[in-house]
Write a protein that binds this ligand. Structure first.
Ligand code: ARG
Length: 465
């Protein structure tokens, strides 16, 4: 018998049950569904809407159902549409007619939003912890290699020397903003929708504050129609996920380049690589490639939800059942990425010789030469032009910038002096970049100290939610 059998004379066709079910993907919400039901029932008892005795029996029944589901001793089937109906049905079976009191003042429309909010709150917390762990491994790597110099790139062309640690710290900054975005989205997720009913609220004297308190929500939703209709908190979660995945994907791309024979800046432990079934010599950075690849589906998840919700009139429409899979998929994908990335990064061996060799290219220090001329009074545009002519002259005459004589330099830069010949040292180049946020070792050390304190000191580990 279905929950709406009072209104219907006929039975639902099997194909319709298969088409409309969500149990195949929302069964994972069982803990949150039960948690929400228990709070709702307690509120119903505290406000005198249902007898305390019945609430007790319902709670005990729900506990048993939860244990059964955890043990795998529970059958999910298309016969019952979703997790809410499965649990209510099992409760009726367990305690009889009183179970029906559980749905007083509640609709599946507000129940399902509650479940998703509870689920996302937990999910966001575990994602934030995962990102922190990733940052911790990166700051450790930066700290252990704080003086390694490498080429910094623009347009994937060698541009200027930077510290390897500076490059890593750039990602730590990005991940910090990702945590901020998740935290921000958590605030708007952390609102209690129950009591909104199907769309207009309830005629029963519900005390929504009690439910909110029991579930740890700092506030209740102000508008029942908004509460059941909108999924913007999920959109925000997916947007934050997509941006985080974009950062992961860029980091992955850097890693893939660094392990290539062309760069050879790092090697990854065997445990985090795979070989080729055909080419015996291959050791591939599959984790980074898959993390880059999985970013695509997270973008897809965000797009799905935005398209899903864009044309829906208020309030609840069944289309909204389709919100879950994108949210679950993005959350699962991020958890998978975070289950391997930090350890893989911890396994990196840095090839300082290859980095040092790559950074010897004197062309990367031409900006330093131009800026030195600026320090000595030359307008920057003139300096840029002269140094550019010098590069052209070296190219044409197959000469290396750091091997020319003063006379040769003076062909392009008449103002050149002996000390200008000494400018082509990568370590000196990074050391001169002392402005806040620049790559000088002293600046980078300061940043490493800041991140170590923030990420590695136990007292600083809270998110302050
Ligand atoms: N399975 C539904 C969903 O995920 C639950 C809400 C159903 N509400 C309804 N009025 N049919 O959205």
């Amino acid at each position: 018998m279905s929950l709406w059998s009072g209104r219907f004379s006929g039975v639902t066709a099997e194909a319709v049950k298969a088409f409309t079910e969500s149990i195949s993907f929302d069964s994972r919400l069982f803990r949150h569904d039960i948690m929400g039901s228990k709070a709702h029932v307690q509120m119903l008892a505290e406000t005198g809407i249902i007898p305390a005795k019945c609430a007790k029996a319902i709670n005990a029944g729900l506990d048993k159902i939860e244990k059964r589901i955890e043990k795998g001793d529970f059958t999910f089937s298309n016969g019952l549409e979703d997790i809410h109906m499965h649990i209510e049905d099992a409760l009726i079976e367990a305690i009889g007619k009183d179970a029906g009191m559980i749905h007083s003042g509640r609709s599946r429309n507000d129940q399902v939003v509650l479940d998703m909010r509870l689920y996302l709150r937990d999910t966001i917390d575990s994602i934030m912890s995962g990102i922190k762990e990733l940052q911790r491994q990166m700051v450790r790597l930066a700290d252990a290699n704080s003086d390694a110099v490498m080429p910094g790139y623009t347009h994937l062309q060698r541009a200027q020397p930077v510290l390897f640690a500076h490059h890593l710290l750039a990602y730590i900054e990005m991940f910090e903003r990702d945590v901020g975005r998740f935290l921000d989205c958590r605030k708007r997720t952390n609102v209690m929708p129950l009591g909104s009913g199907a769309l207009a609220g309830s005629t029963l004297p519900l005390d929504r504050k009690i439910t909110a308190r029991l579930l740890g929500f700092p506030q209740v939703s102000r508008n029942s129609m908004d509460a059941v209709a909108d999924r913007d908190f999920e959109c925000e979660f997916l947007a934050a996920s997509a941006i985080f995945a974009m950062h992961i994907s860029r980091l992955s791309e850097d890693i893939i380049l660094w392990v290539s024979q062309e760069f050879n800046f790092i090697s990854i432990d065997d445990a985090f690589c795979t070989g080729s079934s055909l080419m015996p010599h291959k050791k591939n950075p599959d984790i980074a490639e898959l993390a880059r690849g999985k970013t695509a589906r997270i973008y897809g998840d965000l797009t799905s939800l935005l398209v899903l919700t864009k044309g829906l009139p208020l309030t609840y429409n069944r289309d909204l059942q389709e919100d879950k899979e994108p949210v679950f998929d993005a959350a699962d994908t991020i958890h998978k990425i975070l289950s391997v990335m930090p350890e893989m990064i911890a396994s990196f061996k840095i090839n300082r010789t290859a980095m040092e060799k790559a950074v010897q290219d004197p062309a990367m220090m031409t900006t330093d030469l131009a800026e030195q001329l600026v320090k000595e009074g030359m307008p920057f545009r003139t300096a840029h032009h002269r140094v550019g002519s010098l590069v052209k002259w070296c190219d044409k005459n197959s000469r290396k910038l750091d091997k020319i004589s003063l006379e040769e330099m003076r062909i392009s830069i008449p103002e050149a002096k002996m000390h200008h010949l000494q400018i082509f040292c990568p370590l000196a180049s990074v050391s001169k970049r002392t402005a806040t946020g620049a790559t000088a070792p002293a600046q980078v050390k300061k940043q490493i100290r800041f991140w170590k304190k923030k990420l590695l000191c136990p007292s600083q580990r809270q998110f302050g939610v």
